[in-house]
Design a protein around this ligand. Sequence first.
Ligand SMILES: *[C@@H]1O[C@H](CO)[C@@H](O)[C@H](O)[C@H]1NC(C)=O
Ligand SMILES: *[C@@H]1O[C@H](CO)[C@@H](O)[C@H](O)[C@H]1NC(C)=O
Ligand SMILES: *[C@@H]1O[C@H](CO)[C@@H](O)[C@H](O)[C@H]1NC(C)=O
Ligand SMILES: *[C@@H]1O[C@H](CO)[C@@H](O)[C@H](O)[C@H]1NC(C)=O
Length: 616
Amino acid sequence: MLKSTVWLCALLSTVHATLVTDVQGTAFQSPSAGKSVSNVTGIVTAKTSEGFYISGTPSSDVRASNGLFIFSETSTVLNKVAVGDVVSITGTVSEFRSSSDPDDLTATEIDSPTAANVVVLSTGNTVTPVKLGTDRVPPTQALSALDVGPDGWLSVPNNQSRVDTVNAALVPADYGLDFWASLEGQLVTVPSPLSVAFPNEFGEFWVVGDWPVTGLNSRGGLSITIGPDNIPDANPEAVIIGAPIDGTTNPVVSLGVTLSDITGVVQYQFGFYYILPLTAPKVLTTPTTTAPPTNITADITDICIVTFGDYNVDNFGPTATQLPVVASHIATDMLSPDIVFLQEIQDNDGATDDGVVSSNVTLSNLVSAIAAVNGVTYDFVVIDPVNDADGGEPGGNIRQAYLYRSQKINLVPGSPAGTATETIAVSSSSGVPKLSLNPGRIDPSNAAWEDSRKPLVAEWQTNGGATLFTVNLHLESKDGSSSTEGNSRPPVNSPVAKRTSQVELVTDFVQSVLDIDSKANILVAGDCNEYLETRSVFASLTAVMFEMDELADVDPVERYTYVFDQNSEQLDHAFVSTALSNRQNAIQHIHVNNWMANINNRASDHDPSVGKIRLC
Ligand SMILES: *[C@@H]1O[C@H](CO)[C@@H](O)[C@H](O)[C@H]1NC(C)=O
Ligand SMILES: *[C@@H]1O[C@H](CO)[C@@H](O)[C@H](O)[C@H]1NC(C)=O
Ligand SMILES: *[C@@H]1O[C@H](CO)[C@@H](O)[C@H](O)[C@H]1NC(C)=O
Ligand SMILES: *[C@@H]1O[C@H](CO)[C@@H](O)[C@H](O)[C@H]1NC(C)=O
């Protein structure tokens, strides 16, 4: 380091050269973008088949990175340079973005210099990596100053501005995108990395290092929480580790795995700021895959207390490979709750798209498999959808269903079962809310449910006569959302307006019951495909109901049922009416899937939840 620094200073005093820090500038876009620059000098830190990275003289302004990528796939250029060379480059600065990823940020590079314009001035130099957590510490709350609105990065409306057109001066101390941009192209070390997710299909995985983090759960993931400023925390302190530059293969990681230090270069690609490791790290420790089962126990003889489970069982067909594991989860880890809210039950021939919509074989197979584990026999309630009308895997006709223990609780008789297209209505029978259909679906022809799962409503009574209304939800998925580190700010949350409308229709139904009996027992649960921290989506429902994690005061960092990108997050929720909120209640999330050592060992991408309510 000493040798090279002295050497560079000597060089710079004798020739007119552009500094790497001047090429990078202090904003997202290079001030030299599209212009040619001469004699940009630095030490080669890493070399790939697509170019190489140089480290120039640092600036006292931390906003200006002294790292830079030199793009070249030309062998005469690549063969000329080696790691440790001091090189001087003349070429054109480019802000690169793949035309197929228009919502990505751009990456600053010198684009395809000629071999003659790449001059090696010395060899055998070394660069000391920037030690993250010591030399530079990532911010922990926000990704971008452009994420304006009461819900920060989850605010609606989103997609209101774009990082590249605003091109603001970087504020690395406060914003994650700015922090990682200020290190673009630099050689950095992540000390003591902790994996906060499974790898993606390319073996890339998110980590935090030995630096301050917020939202850390007991497993070692980063949960989405509300920050001290009452704005949702975007977990900007996590970074994704890409493919190792030396061709080694990243280890298979999972939530909470610790690894050997990672040294690599910072590169924006595929929608995120990556660290491309020089070589693959090693796994140091792997936490247990045994997630504690629930301790919320069902009592088949108690006429007031009802336990419930909620589980998105992930494209569950009649011969689903996950069938025995899901059965074991329900029997052994969820302790056979009185009612189970299921989502993603497929029809009797799974994803075959042939007009079959009935799911009685699928559900019977699950019921038999549960009984085989612990002898508990469930009945089921379901409404078959119109073929191919509710979205999800083509031909699968996914739908919600209930399993229930008929020894304890049954549908309230006297109303016919609804069909896919009939709308449930509530009327007053001497001040008692009565459903026109049991079970029934909420406003199935409403545009908000187009190509999406309609809520499944039922009214139940225990052997003692206590009643309960339930709504089993599976709201529209987030497909089409943009990267959290993309150009659109706040990031596109797709289709948030539709999910908001779906919640409003559920609220309207709940309100129609409460209008007749403000003390009605109502439980709304299921896969909402949304975090509670996106408060705008749930505003209508949380005005009349209570989310059970909030009610039970579950530690906010332990509220997760799903892991995606850098976030442990809660997509699956249970809401109760005031009457239920005022009595004993409990909820737990059982991490039988997201604590697996390998993503392929999960029975579902969601963890199940178990809750308890008191009807009387
Ligand atoms: C670049 O450096 C060379 C020496 O390596 C020098 O001759 C030339 O004048 C410099 N170019 C500029 C524009 O500074
Ligand atoms: C986001 O906004 C841009 C215009 O700034 C638009 O081109 C793009 O389609 C929008 N994306 C979505 C998903 O709405
Ligand atoms: C159930 O487990 C939780 C921890 O997950 C603990 O706080 C609680 O006391 C336990 N309840 C019972 C009844 O054992
Ligand atoms: C499924 O429903 C069909 C039609 O009602 C019936 O013939 C069949 O026996 C059922 N199968 C199971 C496993 O319940």
